[in-house]
Design a protein around this ligand. Structure first.
Ligand code: DP6
Length: 325
């Protein structure tokens, strides 16, 4: 009675960053985070339960991968369904993988929606968010569209470490420009990078202690559609996260010269009155978040920065959803 199912989910970009865990096994974040889910950057995943398979198979963008965390998340779904059948998982991103564009977020969000459907489970969005978190912390947020907040929870079993929606994409349709400054894979992945920062950066305790005040400021700014306040908080959160990485031993430097050129270009634009701010994740791409109507001008400026190979323009999108197989 288990049957093939498909789902899609959008990537998300954190405005208040997640960086560090309180529990490795259950993948519980040390602090909360707030993100926007994107419309144009998405993963589409098909899960096919197949009793003829000896083990799970995972194919990403046409290339066979070790099942790894995908298999571990499937195990959680199978456990809930009382099933043991192996699955073939086929995933496709419509954007470059591994270049700091959060493919694991859209990937695990799409996976849990498709897998729950394949195994006939009726799960709430909150339960789906908790399952997605086991694959990747940021994936918990991609279950929801628009603006979402991840709660770090306080329970040891992690049931309260899930995301929830704050505002839909339609309620504040911000635009997003991604400046691609290096399309290769990142040097140190988020998981290793955050664990290294936790272990060795003297700034990490200060990071964890100050996330809650950024969450309060960002949540209020979003509720009030106060772009200036959101811009100030989001840039602060991104730079503070990178400061904690830089102070690790050895320091983690994710930026390249083009990243910094884009950062200064965005700041100059905002000083001149354009509604735009930047954020940067564990990679060299810069993401510019813009007021509705501003993305074209911002994309033009970022495309002109030395070292920028491409710009993607998109907006906020909906949450993870089932798709036709
Ligand atoms: C810099 O969600 O990839 O993008 O939970 O270990 O899989 P794991 O980490 P991951 O980390 C994302 C880090 C970030 C900031 C963010 O998205 O909040």
């Amino acid at each position: 009675s288990f049957k093939q199912a498909a789902a899609r989910a959008g990537a998300n970009i954190a405005l208040v960053k997640y960086w560090g865990k309180r529990d490795q096994r259950l993948n519980l974040p040390a602090a909360g985070s707030i993100s926007i889910t994107l419309a144009g950057l998405e993963t589409r995943t098909t899960v096919t339960p197949d009793p003829t398979l000896g083990a799970d198979e995972f194919v990403l963008d046409g290339v066979e991968q070790p099942p790894g965390r995908v298999g571990a998340v499937l195990d959680l779904v199978r456990e809930r369904a009382g099933a043991t059948v192996a699955c073939r998982v086929e995933s496709r991103n419509n954007f470059p993988t591994g270049a700091g564009l959060a493919s694991s977020a859209s990937g695990f969000a799409a996976l849990v929606v498709a897998a729950a459907q394949a195994f006939g489970l009726q799960l709430s969005e909150s339960e789906l968010s908790g399952l997605a978190r086991r694959g990747s912390g940021s994936a918990a947020r991609s279950i929801f569209g628009g603006f979402a907040e991840m709660d770090p929870g306080h329970r040891e079993n992690g049931v309260d470490a899930v995301a929830r929606p704050l505002l839909s994409a339609e309620e504040w349709p911000l635009e997003v420009v991604v400046a691609i400054t290096d399309s290769g894979s990142k040097a140190v992945g988020s998981r290793d990078g955050m664990n290294h920062t936790m272990r060795t950066s003297p700034y990490y305790p200060a990071w964890v202690e100050t996330v809650a005040e950024d969450l309060d400021a960002a949540r209020s700014a979003i509720a009030a559609r106060d772009f200036e306040a959101l811009a100030e908080t989001a840039e602060h959160s991104a730079l503070k996260m990178h400061a904690s990485m830089l102070a690790a031993r050895p320091g983690l430097v994710y930026w390249n010269p083009a990243t910094l050129a884009c950062l200064h270009a965005v700041r100059a634009l905002r000083s001149a009155g354009t509604g735009v701010f930047f954020t940067i994740d564990a990679g060299p791409q810069l993401k510019a978040v813009c007021l509705p109507g501003e993305s074209e001008r911002v994309a033009g400026l970022l495309a002109d920065q030395p070292g920028v190979s491409d710009v993607l323009v998109t907006g906020l999108g909906g949450g993870a959803a089932r798709a036709a197989v």
